[in-house]
Design a protein around this ligand. Structure first.
Ligand code: ADP
Ligand code: MG
Length: 585
């Protein structure tokens, strides 16, 4: 055969069916995990309550998926392997209301095109089942078979006829790891289904399948995070609902690997939803840290288009705005309301010297504190705090300064016990909110420099300066470019400490801005950096009045419990703990 050389025209022909199938298969079946995904989704569509996945050699040597679903009638078995053969949709309009995982009728033919696949199935309630085997799209065997009710599909010799695809696979351990991740994701999508994963004969994962989302989560994540999980449940009154769990700000991970979304039970990747949760955690997590998020989203079927990606990993929302704000608000309100003062508690397991551990304070205690506070801060009984007061300001009680420890921690008394406040973190929080407010109102407090400072910039810094010029100005950095590589700095934010190196500060700001993805992130990291360089430091000695003033300002801030990088501003030794430790109770 003559191969196309790109110069002379060749006759146009319809592709041979086996070539066409392999091309189409490439879209659906990229690697072993794609096979597992398609097979398990078929089991879910068949109403299975139990699904067993067995793999060998990372799925390359063997994939077997067995379910107890409704099964495939003997007469349908062969058709199921034809392209675009599906029992799930019938007409055009059905595409607009997809209620099943599958609908394209492509999985079985695609898998058969690149492997040796055996399907055995017995319809619920029928006496006999059947089995059918395909190799590289050709049927090689068909016959009656016994076996349990439900369906079992075995895939071997995967990609044996597509060496290019085999070459792109990673190690067996890596491919197996992807399958493990997938099964865990599906277990969270369907907590009422029991999933089992066996790899090379060893059990790797089991989900309880009892319908409890938390029980399913507990099989996927460690106990440490389970303690910090908050339950989300919110709807917008227009048929959209979100539910699931998110981690409290006290917990974080180094990557986004534990952020999962399920839209109408389908695991999807979505920038929109990721951004919604990122916004919800704004100012609560350290830069570069990420939460655990496992959120379901239920939307009317006709508001979601699932037919945008061959592997159905992405969806399109018809109304992005309401979806974004439902998720963002549900998470944000929960985080703000529950963002607790960490409580210092003695470790009951230890005898002798008291070791302090930090534990989450249950929300009921936060509520108790805020109730006490209404009396304590002189507000009349029954008087509602003003509507603009953010939730957290109410959760932080009025604190009475006791003194300063280690030149760093302010000790204070509040209704819950004794609080220790990190003076730097607390001041950072106060300045951060002030700078952010000023920049929003475009009224930064600027201190002019007596003589303009000429700062040499690297090309990337120059670019960041040009892109974020307005952002810099609204935060108090005034000046203008001078030539190709110099910036003439004329003013800096007033909040900076007098000993701040203005040049270094500008460079740091430009570096941060250069890394920012969007204006809101840029503004926040810039404000956080100004706050950090303006705040009192650990070791600065403070007068009683200065400490009192700082605490008043902290009480008035939106999120008093964390600094802009997400570290706690305060710890609490609760009265009940003190009583217990001193043997008073
Ligand atoms: P789709 O899922 O898009 O319909 P598939 O190629 O994955 O297409 O499957 C084709 C058909 O085979 C399905 O529509 C369904 O009727 C049937 N089928 C596949 N797997 C199963 C299963 N595990 N249990 C019952 N029926 C199945
Ligand atoms: Mg399918």
């Amino acid at each position: 055969m003559r191969l196309y050389n790109g110069i002379e025209p060749m006759t146009i022909r319809i592709l041979d069916i086996s070539v066409a199938s392999k091309i189409a298969a490439g879209e659906v079946v990229e690697r072993p995990v794609s096979v597992v995904k398609e097979l398990v989704e078929n089991s879910l569509d068949a109403g299975a309550g139990q699904i067993v996945v067995e793999i060998e050699g990372g799925g390359v040597e063997l994939i077997m998926v067995t379910d107890d679903g409704h099964g495939i009638p003997i007469l349908d078995m062969e058709v199921a392997f034809e392209r675009h053969a599906t029992s799930k949709i019938v007409r055009d309009a059905d595409l607009e209301r997809i209620a099943t995982m599958g609908f394209r009728g492509e999985a079985l033919p695609s898998i058969a095109a690149v492997s040796s696949v055996t399907l055995t199935s017995r319809v619920r309630g029928s006496e006999m089942g059947a089995t059918i085997q395909f190799r590289g799209s050709e049927m090689v065997r068909k016959g009656a078979a016994g076996g349990a009710e439900g369906t079992s599909i075995t895939v071997k010799e995967l990609f044996i006829n597509v060496p290019a695809r085999l070459k792109f696979l990673r190690s067996q351990a890596a491919e197996g790891g992807r399958i493990h991740t997938l099964v865990a994701q599906l277990a969270l999508a369907y907590p009422e289904v029991r999933f089992q994963l066996r790899a090379n004969g060893r059990e790797r994962f089991v989900s309880p399948g009892n319908g409890s989302f938390r029980d399913a989560l507990a099989k996927v994540y460690d106990t440490e995070v389970m303690e910090s999980l908050l339950d989300v449940a919110a709807s917008d009154g227009e048929g959209r609902r979100t539910w699931g769990c998110i981690s409290a700000p006290s917990y974080s991970r180094a990557n986004r690997g534990a952020i999962n979304f399920y839209v109408n039970r389908r695991w999807v990747q979505s920038r929109l939803l990721s951004q919604a949760v990122e916004q919800a955690y704004l100012g609560m997590l350290m830069v570069g840290k990420h939460p655990l998020v496992a959120l379901h989203l239920e939307l009317p079927l006709e508001q979601v288009d699932v037919n945008v990606h061959p592997a159905k990993r992405e969806v399109r929302f018809h109304h992005e705005g309401p979806v974004f704000s439902l998720v963002q608000r549900a998470a944000r309100e929960l985080l703000v309301a529950r963002s607790p003062v960490p409580v210092v508690q003695p470790d009951p397991a230890l005898q002798g010297p008291v070791t302090l551990h930090i534990r989450q304070q249950p929300s009921s205690q936060v509520a108790a504190i805020s109730r006490q506070e209404e009396g304590a801060d002189g507000r009349a009984e029954g008087e509602k705090p003003s509507a603009e007061l953010p939730l957290l300001a109410q959760a932080l009680p009025a604190l009475r300064v006791l003194g300063q420890a280690s030149g760093t921690y302010i000790s204070a008394e509040g209704p819950g016990g004794i609080d220790l406040i990190d003076q730097h973190a607390a001041h950072e929080r106060v300045l951060f909110e002030r700078v952010r407010q000023q920049s929003r109102e475009r009224q930064p407090a600027v201190q002019g420099l007596l003589t303009p400072l000429s700062v040499e910039l690297l090309p990337a810094q120059m670019q960041a300066m040009e892109r974020w010029r307005e952002m810099l100005e609204s935060h108090g950095f005034l000046g203008e470019p001078f030539g190709e590589r110099t910036f003439l700095l004329r003013g800096v934010p007033t909040e900076l400490r007098s000993d701040t190196d203005a040049e270094a500060m500008l460079i740091e700001a430009l570096e941060l801005l250069g890394r920012a993805q969007d204006p809101s992130q840029a503004g926040d990291s810039l404000a956080a950096s100004i706050a950090c360089h303006g705040a009192v430091r650990a070791g600065d000695s403070l007068t009683h009045e200065e400490m009192g003033g700082l605490l008043r300002q902290l009480e008035a801030s939106d999120s008093p419990h964390t600094c802009p990088h997400g570290r706690p501003t305060m710890l609490q030794l609760s009265t009940s703990n003190l009583e217990r430790e001193f043997g008073r109770r």
